[in-house]
Ligand binder design. Structure first.
Ligand code: FPP
Length: 238
């Protein structure tokens, strides 16, 4: 059971939005924005390690992103492969454990192998769990969890679904950040964000730095998490 204190988020989830606009404003191809987005992700992961955040979960490619222009989709696949090759050694040194969350079926063999290898190399790390949601959708996650329970002949209960969801290895996000100024969840962690605090930033993802992260954490620290209880009940407990 999560406690009502919101002093420091243990698990931060991020919809990294605004890469395309960042690039377009600079008369650059959209892919340049995604490349800059990888830099921003590296900076954010390091900042989370420094701040003692235990889990960072990011939305890197949604089930719906396949509908983007073919060159952007193939560019994002390529970027993932290159980012793995370039970033994993440093992430490993920083004590980051990588998990790739999402439907693997749609990915090429080489991408799948790269993901599995990155997970294996970093499996013993304990400073930060970095979940990269790739080919992920919240509805897909709920459906695959229900299907796996049904396949095993188990009843569809809240506890059973919880255990079968693709983020069962971590507690639910305390704080969900979306950059880029839009205020929606866009099929991200629909099940897991039931009680997450939401924070929307005007900052485009490539510009989301330590100062912006600290502003989100400070906003979170000012929230009262009630988990369905009254304010008086929560204050009495803490
Ligand atoms: C949304 O911005 C961003 C994405 C669909 C991709 C997010 C990917 C990264 C930040 C890079 C990390 C990726 C890997 C492969 C590890 P948008 O393109 O929708 O921006 P816009 O709303 O300004 O068009």
């Amino acid at each position: 059971m999560a406690d009502s204190s919101s002093a420091a988020p243990h698990h931060i989830a991020i919809v990294m939005d605004g890469n395309g606009r960042w690039a377009t404003r600079r008369f650059l191809p959209r892919l340049a924005g995604h490349r800059q987005g990888v830099e921003s992700l590296r900076r954010c992961a390091r900042a989370c390690v420094e701040r003692g955040v235990g889990v960072l979960t990011v939305f890197a490619f949604s089930s719906e992103n396949w509908n983007r222009p073919a060159d952007e989709v193939s560019g994002l696949m390529d970027l993932l492969a290159k980012a793995l090759a370039r970033e994993v050694p440093q992430l490993h040194k920083d004590g980051v454990r990588l998990h790739f969350v999402g439907e693997k079926a749609g990915l090429s063999d080489s991408v799948r192998e790269g993901l599995a290898q990155a997970e294996a190399v970093t499996a013993q790390n304990t400073r930060l769990v970095l979940n990269v949601c790739f080919n992920y959708g919240g509805r897909w996650d709920i459906a695959q969890a229900a299907a796996s329970l049904a396949q095993r002949g188990e009843p569809i209960t809240e506890q059973g679904l919880n255990a079968a969801m693709s983020l069962a290895h971590v507690p639910d996000p305390d704080l969900l950040i979306r950059t880029g100024g839009e205020m929606r969840i866009s099929n991200f962690l629909l099940w897991q964000c039931a009680y997450s605090e939401l924070y929307f930033s005007e900052c485009l993802w490539p510009e989301f730095d330590e100062v912006a992260l600290d502003a989100a954490i400070a906003a979170y620290a000012g929230r009262e998490r009630r988990f369905g209880k009254t304010s008086a009940q929560v204050r009495k407990v803490s």
